[in-house]
Design a protein. Sequence first.
Length: 427
Amino acid sequence: MKIPPVKGTKDFYPVDMARRNWIIDGWKRVSVRNGFEEYDGPIFEYLKMFQIKSGDEIVEQLFSLKDRGGRELAIRPEITPTLARMVNQQINSLARPIKWFSVPRLCRAERPQRGRLREFFQWNVDIIGVEDVLADAEVIFCALDYLREVGLGADDIVVKISSREMLAALMQTIGIAEGELEPLYAVLDKRNKLPNDTFEEMLTKQVTDENKRNKIIELMAIESIEQISDCLQLSKTAKESVDELSRLFELLGVMGVADFCVFDIGIVRGLAYYTGIVFEIYDKASQLRAIGGGGRFDNLLQQFGGPDIPATGFGIGDCVLGILLEEKGLLKPEPQKLDYFVAFTDKQFFQKAIEIMAKLRRAGLASDFSYKTGGLSKQLKQASLANAKKCIIIGEEFNNNQLVVKDMATSQQELIEVNRFFTELKS
Ligand code: HAM
């Protein structure tokens, strides 16, 4: 019986691995040029850690286990709690602002579907220690810096931005108590993801008062920041958070990415720890789920027993992004190349070929050879399948201390003295 991969997981054959590396190498390159340093944590953590503040949805999707010492553990479904835990541990020695990035392998027991797996990779970029909305602008810029670099334009993708702080203040005006906010956010987060009647059914369960419910529906239909004050009398906090949103858009304009960004009051985010600015990145044309999302989580470090330090950041997964790049023909991993393939004309030169190949590898050059002592044409075929740039052919000339170097692109051959070949390699 052949054993298939576990439901919701993906095997990465070399061709898939090349695609994954192409995406991840880009994430890392762009993070570094935006001033972020890489970190990582363990693949499993105490189960409790994800139950504190990530929210019910993610808790339901946990892969949990008990170790032999009876500890309740979970495979990480996200890295933000690990980030908060790690930063708290060394808070006194870390220079602020802390600008860190990571590319963790994550697991969520979701229903596998297009763009959603049970195991995936996620690019995380976070800034800790900056209260100003400039940090939110910077992480959004960083995400767009990558997406633009791979060839996605403002016609392809959009960053939808809102503020939970503003929403909380507006909900307060409507008469929603603070304790009711978190479960209400979970419902509002589903507004764009579910059919309208299913959403209204969920909302009715959460908000029984029809008057309040209608006000919420009216509010959620707002399309611009300016419209908010027409819809409701703004409290001082609401006004402040509207002003903060406006300043964020202004900064995004200064950074030259305003054409990618829109205000969308429907962006609430599914995770419970978000406190202020929230955003999600979408493909404009298709029905794909979010490419990524993030926002402010100003209370998480404190909720994890640390000091009161603000934070903001985002996560972008490899699945939706991979589908989108593939659809648009933008996924262009370079095929792996060999510098040299060492071939031989006759069995008697097999050992010499191994010797030359080993010398080339020691000199830092990617090289390979054939295990089979077959004909030269078969070996040359293998060399071109392996994308070798050059082929060294060892034959009768080797008895005169010479070898043939064949350029695989031009088919030009050069006879060269062995010692000269290696001296030239060094220089
Ligand atoms: P999230 O919205 O749960 O946020 O995930 C961010 C992105 O990860 C999603 O938009 C999606 O691209 C990808 N993703 C999530 N679940 C799956 C899945 N099952 N299969 C494939 N891709 C998936 C967070 O995780 C936050 N911790 C991000 C963050 C960092 N917020 C602040 N800093």
